[in-house]
Design a protein. Structure first.
Length: 105
């Protein structure tokens, strides 16, 4: 144990482990799954307030008027904007290769 306590630190951690002149990879153990967050107690709720779920209607206030995202951006318009345009005609391939006359050595 005295060797481990008195090792020089390289960059804030122990130097690389070498076996037979080759570095050996040391994997860190996998983290255990995080447990779900505990529900706040009544005292915490009274002190800090409750995390309420916000409504997500899509209503937005723009210059004092309430507008909905559904009205401003209809699904058909967005779908047409995101779809890739389909080519109008097929490209034909030439079965004969293009021959380029180049000088020989």
């Amino acid at each position: 144990m005295s060797e481990v306590d008195h090792q020089e630190l390289k960059g804030g951690h122990a130097p690389a482990v070498k076996v037979g002149g080759m570095r050996v990879v040391q994997h860190k153990p996998a983290k255990a799954e995080e447990k779900p967050a505990d529900k706040p107690t009544d005292e915490e709720v009274a002190e800090y307030g409750e995390d309420g779920k916000e409504k997500k209607d899509g209503d937005v206030i723009v210059s004092g008027a309430v507008t909905g995202e559904a009205q401003a951006f209809p699904k058909e318009a967005i779908k047409a904007f995101h779809e890739k345009p389909v080519p109008t005609h097929q490209k034909t391939t030439n079965p004969m290769p293009k021959i380029i006359q180049q000088p020989k050595k």
